[in-house]
Design a protein around this ligand. Structure first.
Ligand code: ARG
Ligand code: GLU
Length: 659
């Protein structure tokens, strides 16, 4: 195959040679192990994943169905992020015992708090079953057989490369997971939404749980008779520190990436979808923030809602900036044109790119309508519960709910493609004269409870329209901009890419299955002439500290520790001053779901807990750019420092293996 200059140029833009790009399947990690070892890794593929002996995979869990956690003691102690444990911490919090504000430290095993509906899953094994399926075994049979192997086993079949390969994943699920410790939010959520997705970062984003099992160490529903689970493997913790350029590896459950999508889809995301969703949320956040500033009760009431709206809102902005700055749409377009030229005389691939483009043209409008509907009408409460209405602040005029109704209904009317506007909605507007008058009627009715025919009919309309769009695109899960036909085309496209682009290292898109990512501790050039170092320290927390600003108001105990410099064994020398390391940056390819993932050094020892990415790196969900894509972790030494010095929970350190 002869490569043109254009291809080379494109490749350089999209897939730089020594990229730390990739989320690799652990069972196939032997194909990467030489590269990993060249970058400094000192262990073997069998150390990472083995079905014959305990391996690192046995110390990693899918936490609460959407985060990652890691085992750090022989007695089932588990670390994850504060924001992953947030629900559990919040549910145990009352006005008298406000663990969110003040933190929580169980002093004995008996004080560890059980959590309904919280589970963790260990991967027992994964295996490719493409051939078995092709030979006629059904997915149902395969799953049923795997789940019958042992109590507590759960199995699922996941597609890789748009169905070119099918894998069976067998998990062991534990349902008795107890809250052991959480720092105060002023540490665990330090910087709040202001610092979210931002570097330099100073968040102590960790919480601690313990897995309980039956006396024979098997999964069991909660019982006071359960005992701490004895894992096959747990991580040793390294406090030796690291330097820029050192090897790092992340073992966890990344949720969703789309590395192989066509330029058309990237353009849709960066030019149409993200900007519209950002603008809608601009308005929602502005209304909520204004209310929060007007009243402390409203600030608390809307805290979680604000955080969750702001998280994706901010992510999308960084994603758009990254895509624009790196010229991703143009680079992808050149790449697929080159592929199409290669495919011209290959019947299997000849029509694929054109087919994908045609299908995007067909489904983009309805998909956009779906996204707008979900961001506006479907995000409105269908009815307020009596409890909600009785909340002391609701009768006040400053409640933002009415304003939110007007904003979201208005945005729907302005942005949703007319062809896909809900008939019930159009009827409502016609009946009340204007969009605003209709929004007001809708709000009044929803607000006042009782019979809400107007809102009920709108809810039905929403459901019907979303179903219609799903039918139109012929797919059940409309997670990404996709359709049944599109998926079939992508199956061929990705297969063709692998045949054509033999120099590219292919890895399957993230789909909440266990993956390995590896890279190095790395800063980056944030802007022209502005280099961001990969490590932050306690000094930076103190510099941000401000009792007047909620997000930056640290506990007095931390101020006192800083003043006394009494850091004990956690103090280190950085740039000539004695301090405590707090967060660090690395070049590992991660995404949502990797929250809580162990960050490991060359010896497979725990040096941090992953919790975020830098703003513009969020484009790595679509295209990984090694010059700007960085993940953010909390330094394990800060975690230990907080456990010891803030939590005074030395007994937890005793059961960890700390080097
Ligand atoms: N941005 C991180 C992740 O997506 C952390 C989110 C939680 N923190 C927050 N301030 N909202 O999901
Ligand atoms: N905070 C994200 C999570 O909850 C991880 C950050 C990212 O998207 O990389 O999984």
């Amino acid at each position: 195959m002869k490569r043109t200059l254009l291809t080379l140029f494109t490749l350089l833009c999209l897939l730089p040679a020594a990229a730390d790009e990739g989320m690799w399947l652990p069972s196939l990690i032997s194909s990467r192990i030489d590269d990993m070892r060249a970058k400094g890794f000192r262990l073997s593929a069998e150390d990472i994943y083995s079905i014959n002996q305990a391996s690192m995979k046995d110390a990693v869990v899918l936490f609460d169905g959407g985060c990652t956690g890691e085992l750090v003691s022989a007695e089932g102690l588990l670390l994850t992020n504060h924001h992953c444990g947030y629900d559990a911490i919040q549910r145990h919090s009352t006005v008298e015992h406000d663990y969110l504000t003040h933190g929580f430290w169980a002093r004995t095993r008996a004080e560890e708090l059980p959590n309904k509906d919280l589970n963790v899953r260990f991967l027992v094994r994964m295996e490719e079953i493409t051939k078995r399926l092709a030979a006629g075994e059904t997915p149902e049979e395969i799953i049923a057989r795997a789940e019958a192997e042992a109590p507590g086993y759960r199995a699922s079949i996941e597609q890789m490369y748009y169905g070119n390969q099918q894998f069976l994943f067998v998990y062991e699920q534990f349902d008795d997971v107890r809250l052991v410790a959480a720092p105060p939010s002023s540490i665990g959520k330090f910087g709040g939404d202001t610092d979210n997705w931002i570097w330099p970062r100073h968040t102590g984003d960790f919480s601690i749980f313990r897995i309980y099992a039956s006396r024979d160490n098997k999964p069991a529903a909660y019982s006071p008779d359960n005992v701490p689970y004895r894992p096959k493997r747990h991580f040793t913790i390294s406090t030796k520190g690291f330097r820029e350029g050192d090897f790092t590896m992340i073992y966890g459950f990344p949720g969703n990436t789309q590395e192989y999508i066509l330029s058309d889809a990237v353009a849709y995301i960066a030019e149409r979808s993200d900007p519209a969703k950002i603008a809608i949320r601009d308005g929602r956040l502005e209304i909520i923030s204004r209310a929060q500033e007007s009243d402390p009760a409203l600030r608390i009431h809307y805290a979680a809602k604000h955080a969750s709206i702001a998280n994706a809102w901010k992510k999308w902005q960084g994603e758009v900036l990254g895509i624009q700055r790196r010229g991703t749409v143009a680079a992808k377009r050149a790449y697929e044109e080159e592929f199409a030229r290669w495919a011209q005389d290959k019947p299997e691939y000849r029509d694929v790119v054109a087919g994908l483009k045609a299908e995007y043209a067909r489904i983009t409008d309805p998909y956009f309508a779906r996204e707008i509907t979900l961001e506006t009408l479907a995000a409105l409460p269908g009815k307020y519960t009596p409890e909600e209405r009785q909340k002391e602040f609701f009768p006040r005029r400053e409640t933002p709910e009415r304003e939110l109704f007007h904003w979201q209904v208005g945005e729907y009317a302005r942005r949703c493609p007319v062809l896909f506007q809900i008939p019930e909605f159009l009827d409502g507007v016609a009946k009340y004269g204007t969009v605003d008058a209709y929004a007001e009627r809708l709000f009044e009715e929803t607000w006042n409870g009782g019979e809400t025919p107007l809102s009920d009919s709108l809810q039905n309309g929403i459901k019907r329209m979303l179903n219609h769009i799903t039918w139109l695109t012929g797919t059940k899960s409309l997670r990404n901009l996709t359709s049944k036909h599109l998926n079939e085309l992508y199956t061929r496209y990705v297969k063709g890419l692998q045949e054509w682009d033999t120099e590219r290292a292919f890895y399957p898109d993230a789909n909440l299955t266990l993956r390995v990512a590896y890279g190095t501790i790395a800063g980056y050039e944030y802007a022209d002439g502005e280099y961001h170092k990969p490590q932050t320290t306690l000094d930076g927390i103190i510099a941000k500290d401000n009792p007047e600003i909620y997000d930056y108001d640290i506990p007095q105990a931390l101020r006192d520790l800083y003043a006394s410099k009494d850091y004990g064994r956690w103090g280190v020398e950085i740039d000539g001053r004695r301090t405590v390391p707090v967060c660090f940056l690395a070049s590992n390819h991660t995404t949502g779901g990797n929250s809580g993932s162990p960050v490991l050094n060359a010896n497979g020892e725990l040096i941090g807990i992953n919790f975020d990415r830098t703003w513009r790196s969020t484009m790595s969900d679509i295209a990984f750019d090694p010059s700007i894509c960085r993940n953010i972790a909390v330094d394990i030494r800060y975690v230990l420092f907080v456990i010891d010095r803030i939590g005074d929970a030395d007994y937890l350190l005793q059961e960890m293996k700390i080097k």
